[in-house]
Write a protein that binds this ligand. Structure first.
Ligand code: PFF
Length: 447
């Protein structure tokens, strides 16, 4: 077993956890899922869920990880030896594979678009031509695969350069830049013709549109966006120093995550309506919308390069954390060493990722029950595996982990957060499990 690293500073910790949390989930997935689920009503539920459900789950994961300082599997078997709880760790690893498989494809799209931006390929194109170019790119098959593989290689490279140097160094500087750029893009979007309609779509809820499906989609989106329910935050929690205030870190990370998602919604929906694109376009929404914005904006050439570069970086800091879940497990539980663990993981994801990319070609045979492999991995992870994992994690933190340990981890031995702790514990023990369970029972037709 190799010695475990630890994050070097508070800012480094927030940057690293933030790097995992902020990614394609905020900028690519949030707008497309919000668009498919009615816009503002979805966003409202997403906000409530993020504050009430996701933050306590993140704290539970930190508590489990930090108290054991080990990978999810071992964390569960240390805290509840000889019980099936370590199964939560195994499903987490599986979930990391499922997510990586489609995540790398989208990150690959960002790389293609980075290249297109640099070559100024969007200039002067109509919205129809931009959408057509996208379709041709996806249908080519080999180009998306090539970029997927490049991205997986880059992720593996960062992991091999070590925890602190690899993850923290890149995140510290670049995430704030991304934040500013998105804010600028949102401000610019307000000036587009027809922006009002887009803003109303995102901010004026139609409560009639809320169904159990909307709620489950919002839950899944929030978990995906905050990297929850699959052991990622347990793994990162295990690198947290003992004197770190986890309540503050959880709160700050969650708040930045939500802000980035809302900002990208504000940057994208006015443009969606302004350019006559359908909000229900699905996974391609951001990629067929933003090039139109850049093509018509002063400085659009440079801004588009900057945007897709930062999107790529946001994606890679998240994919590093996904791969880290698997690598930490393999290298700590088997005598393979980090290098070989990384090679094994990257090799497997290269195959599954390429299959996901191929499944997006129209009329591809890579479908299951009418859904292509890409959509299946996306829906399976966010709407089934992560909510289920989240449910089991809060049940574990609330009912199996000793109350003294939970309290010690979340309040630093009574040094902070003693006022909010009872509320967090109540949410963890009662409110969250009941809500997720009801949602599942409803979606599976039992209720
Ligand atoms: N939270 C990441 C995003 O929003 O892009 C995706 C993600 C990373 C999910 C790590 C799960 C995970 F463990």
């Amino acid at each position: 077993m190799e010695k475990r690293g630890s994050f070097g500073s508070r800012f480094g910790t927030i940057a690293a956890v933030g790097g995992s949390v902020i990614g394609l989930g905020n900028i690519w997935r949030f707008p497309y899922v919000a668009g498919e689920n009615g816009g503002a009503a979805f966003m409202l539920i997403y906000l409530i869920i993020s504050l009430l459900i996701s933050i306590p789950i993140m704290l539970s994961e930190f508590a489990i990880g930090r108290s054991t300082r080990s990978n999810p599997m071992r964390a569960f078997s240390r805290l509840a030896p000889g019980t099936p709880w370590k199964g939560v760790g195994y499903t987490g690893i599986l979930c990391a594979f499922v997510i990586l498989s489609f995540y790398c494809v989208i990150a690959g799209w960002a790389l293609e678009f980075l290249g297109d931006s640099a070559l100024n390929r969007f200039a002067g194109l109509t919205p129809g031509q931009i959408a057509g170019n996208f379709d041709t790119f996806v249908a080519s098959g080999w180009r998306p695969i090539l970029w997927t593989l490049v991205f997986i290689g880059a992720t593996a490279f960062i992991i091999l350069s070590g925890i602190e140097k690899g993850i923290e160094r890149y995140n510290k500087i670049l995430m704030p830049v991304l934040f500013l750029l998105l804010a600028g893009m949102a401000a610019n979007a307000m000036t587009l013709d027809g922006a009002r309609e887009g803003i109303a779509f995102l901010l004026r809820p139609d409560f009639g549109k809320i169904t159990a499906k909307t709620v489950l989609e919002a839950l899944g989106q929030s978990f995906f966006s905050m990297s929850l329910g699959m052991g990622c935050m347990i793994t990162y929690g295990s690198y947290l120093r003992k004197n770190e205030n986890v309540l503050r870190i959880g709160g700050m990370v969650a708040l930045s995550d939500i802000t980035v998602a809302v900002l990208s919604g504000l940057a994208i929906f006015p443009a969606v309506f302004s350019f006559g694109i359908s909000p229900t376009s699905g996974p391609e929404l951001v990629f067929v919308t933003l090039p139109n914005v850049f093509a018509r904006m002063t400085g659009g050439y440079f801004l588009s390069i900057l945007f897709f570069f930062l999107l790529f970086l946001a994606a890679i800091t998240s994919s590093v954390s996904l791969m880290e879940v698997i690598v930490a497990y393999l290298s700590e539980e088997f005598p393979v060493g980090r290098k070989r663990a990384v090679a094994l993981t990257a090799g497997t994801v290269a195959v599954t990722g390429s299959l996901c990319a191929l499944s997006m070609i129209p009329s591809s045979a890579l479908t299951v029950g009418g859904m292509n492999l890409f959509d299946l991995c996306d829906a399976l992870s966010s709407n089934v595996m992560m909510p289920l994992g989240g449910l089991l994690i809060v049940l574990f933190a609330g009912w199996v982990l000793s109350p003294a340990k939970l309290r010690r981890e979340l309040t630093g031995g009574m040094r902070y957060g003693t006022k909010v702790y009872p509320l967090v514990r109540f949410l963890i023990r009662f409110v969250i499990p009941v809500l997720i369970l009801l949602l599942f029972l409803n979606r599976t037709g039992v209720l």
